[in-house]
Design a protein around this ligand. Structure first.
Ligand SMILES: CC(C)(COP(=O)(O)OP(=O)(O)OC[C@H]1O[C@@H](n2cnc3c(N)ncnc32)[C@H](O)[C@@H]1OP(=O)(O)O)[C@@H](O)C(=O)NCCC(=O)NCCS
Length: 425
């Protein structure tokens, strides 16, 4: 079976996390992704948060699977000529440099289109046009400026960032969708186009329900928020703690062992239809006859007491046992799974969502595989490239340069020498 994006070639100028997330997804689906890196330096993440000396970090290896690496200095004259050849040969150019970096290299959108009118040019930036368009942005800046931090955490605490990389990986996902949409459009128009995604916009898109709540707030308190009925609401959507955010109340409650295990917790949703089963399971059948408790409206002003009673029961049982008891009763619930537990979970290994990858310098390591499954198009996970590993191969097979020209480019410093690349490792 052919991979879905076989035949699509990506000129990958991305670094750090947001851009590499996008091109890794496209590579998993079969695109030929040529990662361009500065000779002797490479993507900065190769050297960040290293767990082993002189070996590409897990930060890098886990974001750059299935790609080929070519080192190229686009700030030399012959480097620019090679870059032009790459633009000619590729379907998509993806970058997430600081604003204006590609223009400063001499490659404006107009120039890129002149070289290849069919190319799709995709970028991640921190902000769209406006007061902050020139700013450099990392994950947590996007979480703070995109609405996530102001609505995450508890009412009496500071704004919180989340561990889910919604600014970086989230925007990379948005960009990948923009690229395949533009590829589809090119099928009938024959033309490439510009695809841009701002991290602030991507985070705000993921916070869409909070903009919903902002508008509901004008018509009265948000009754599913923990501030109701005893706390106060200001003019902006407050932090909602562990409230569910949907129409069904939910909360995180402690389970057996919570005193020593930081993840001995479970999320329980008190969906109205399943409430009788839940009440019986926790030994509160009496609620079902009592008008003080037996309707969602009656329970709403005292959800803290409802979850307090649920917790008295959950604290006597292990989180997996609770899952096994409540699921057959149609009570939606989710044990708090640690990353350690997820790494060991056999079903995630079976589906390829967690994969073991072998790397020549670091040996075996775990990674998250492709979470998007296509029934007719396989996708596999291959190790990330070493710095400049495919420079000669790409120069020769993709761009058609001969040995003498490759040597000359190397002498001029347009592409990396093997030594400088090894030194950077
Ligand atoms: C992530 C970010 C903050 C990093 O900033 P940085 O480390 O200062 O890196 P920059 O993007 O400014 O690029 C550094 C320089 O390297 C140069 N460079 C990169 N690859 C090169 C190559 N192959 N050859 C020659 N020069 C190269 C760039 O042209 C730029 O030079 P310039 O400043 O003279 O224009 C910034 O790139 C950014 O804001 N990106 C957009 C938002 C984003 O994606 N953020 C999330 C990252 S996970």
């Amino acid at each position: 079976m052919a991979k879905a994006l076989e035949g699509v070639r990506i000129l990958d100028m991305t670094h750090v996390q947001s851009g590499p997330t996008c091109t890794q997804l496209l590579a998993w689906f079969g695109a030929d992704v040529l990662k361009v890196e500065r000779p002797g330096v490479g993507d900065a993440t190769r050297g960040q948060l290293r767990d082993l000396p002189d070996v590409d970090s897990l930060y890098f290896t886990m974001l750059n699977h299935n790609k080929r690496s070519i080192t190229l200095n686009t700030k030399t004259e012959s480097g620019r000529a090679i870059f032009e050849r790459l633009i000619e040969e590729c379907d998509v150019l993806v970058e997430n440099f600081a604003p204006g970096a590609l223009d400063r290299m001499g490659f404006s959108w107009e120039r890129i289109q002149e070289i290849n009118p069919r190319i799709i040019y995709a970028s991640v930036k921190g902000f769209g046009p406006g007061p902050y368009e020139d700013c450099k942005v990392y994950e947590n800046v996007a979480q703070c400026t995109g609405g996530s931090a102001s609505t995450t955490g508890f009412d009496d605490g500071p704004p919180l960032v989340t561990g889910a990389q919604i600014g970086d990986s989230g925007t990379g996902l948005h960009l990948a969708l923009g690229i395949v949409t533009a590829l589809y459009h090119r099928e009938h128009s024959g033309l490439g186009q510009r695809v841009t995604c701002a991290m602030q916009d991507g985070v705000l898109n993921l916070c869409r329900v909070k903009l919903r709540d902002q508008q509901r707030l004008a018509h009265g308190p948000l009754r599913e928020y923990p501030q109701y009925p005893n706390g106060t609401f200001g003019s902006a959507v407050p932090r909602s703690g562990n409230a569910s955010g949907g129409g069904q109340p939910g909360w995180v409650v402690r389970t057996k062992g919570w005193e020593t295990d930081p993840n001995a917790y479970i999320y329980v949703i008190t969906q109205a239809a399943a409430f009788p089963g839940l009440a019986r399971a926790i030994g509160r059948e009496d609620w079902l006859e009592d008008p003080e408790w037996n309707t969602p409206e009656a329970r709403l002003p005292k959800l803290d007491r409802v979850f307090g009673e649920i917790e008295r029961w959950t604290m006597t049982r292990d989180k997996f046992e609770i899952m096994a008891i409540l699921n057959p009763l149609n009570v939606p619930c989710g044990p708090i799974l640690s990353i350690e537990e997820l790494a060991l979970e056999p079903s995630l290994r079976a589906t390829g969502t967690v994969v073991e990858v072998d790397h020549p310098a670091r040996g075996k390591y775990l990674s998250v595989g492709n979470p998007i499954k296509l029934s007719e198009s396989p996708s596999d996970v291959q190790r990330s490239p070493l710095l400049g590993e495919h420079t000669t191969e790409i120069m020769r097979d993709v761009l058609g340069y001969g040995d003498a020209e490759i040597e000359a480019a190397r002498r001029e410093g347009a592409i990396g020498s093997e030594d400088s690349e090894k030194a950077a490792a």
